[in-house]
Design a protein around this ligand. Structure first.
Ligand code: ATR
Length: 271
């Protein structure tokens, strides 16, 4: 049976084995998918050993995506832009192909929820790895503008400069933002510890769409903040998680599983 895995540290709460098992059942593919916790100083060795033992492909999560980028022997253009790899595949000629499906997962989930990005004024909060992976795919959808805002403004400026050749992207400090956006995407890790970036409440208006890349059983801190201020079109990152997985599955298996039922199952099991 073909072997797949997800590498991270920590990894025990990863939902990827569950998601890929449901995909395999849905598409009638015989495969196994396991969690592997690589030591913080032993990622490359763990991945090489996995492939030496017959592994066909793997996902990579925190904190190894940049290391995976350097480990890959060939890269997709979106992985090059993201500077990070979340999907590795062993090719027929023995090369490690690196791709990044996170940004595509975000875009697909927004489309899935009826949000067309073309022409929108988009605000992306955060300038870490998650933001970097999203900017290229967001610009490819031709928003009217994309503002990257971060607590540490220099990081947002560096990303805006890097991606500026691809479209209308600028940087901002969090406190200088006002209410001229149609879509706000939160890529910061603030929701992980129940915090909300320091933002003006005037950003939120009834026509806004709010998307937190984090997810939870109840509203994330950011989504709860937006809801309280009157936003009602609110999404969390569970759909992005499933969509990026579907894209990885398609890279490995050449068949794209449906995401709707898997999102529903995951949501039900979280409750
Ligand atoms: P990831 O790979 O998930 O993007 P990261 O690279 O550690 O993680 O980046 C975390 C992001 O969340 C950063 O943009 C960080 O802002 P700083 O660059 O100023 O550190 C942002 N972040 C984390 N906690 C935050 C908070 N409480 N308020 C605002 N931004 C926060």
């Amino acid at each position: 049976m073909d072997r797949y895995a997800v590498f991270g540290n920590p990894i025990k709460h990863s939902k990827s084995p569950y998601i890929h098992t449901l995909f395999a059942r849905q598409t009638q593919q015989a495969l196994s998918y396991e969690r592997i916790e690589a030591p913080l100083d032993g990622f490359a060795a763990a991945v090489m050993s996995f492939f030496a033992q017959g592994g066909k492909g793997c996902n990579i999560t925190v904190p190894f995506k940049e290391e995976a980028f350097h480990l890959a022997s060939a890269l997709s253009s979106r992985a090059q832009l993201a500077g990070a790899v979340n999907t590795l595949k062993l090719t027929d000629d023995g090369l490690l192909w690196g791709d990044n499906t996170d940004g595509a997962g975000l875009i697909q989930d927004l489309h899935f929820n009826g949000v067309a990005i073309s022409g929108l004024r988009v605000l992306l909060l955060g300038a870490g790895g998650a933001a970097r992976g999203a900017i290229g795919p967001l610009l490819a959808e031709q928003p009217a503008q994309l503002v990257v805002a971060n607590r540490t403004v220099s990081k947002a400026e560096a990303l805006a400069e890097l991606f500026q050749p691809l479209g209308p992207v600028t940087a901002s400090a969090l406190h200088l933002l006002d209410g001229k956006f149609d879509l706000i995407i939160n890529s910061t890790s603030a929701s992980l510890d129940g915090r909300v970036p320091e933002l003006a409440g005037s950003l939120i208006h009834p026509d806004i769409t709010v998307y937190d890349m984090m997810y939870g059983v109840t509203d994330t801190a950011f989504n709860a903040w937006a809801r309280k201020l009157g936003a009602y079109r609110i999404m969390d990152g569970l759909g992005m998680l499933v969509s990026q997985a579907a894209e990885s599955f398609a890279i490995w298996r050449g068949i794209r599983p449906g995401t709707r039922q898997v999102i529903t199952e995951l949501r039900r099991n979280m409750g």
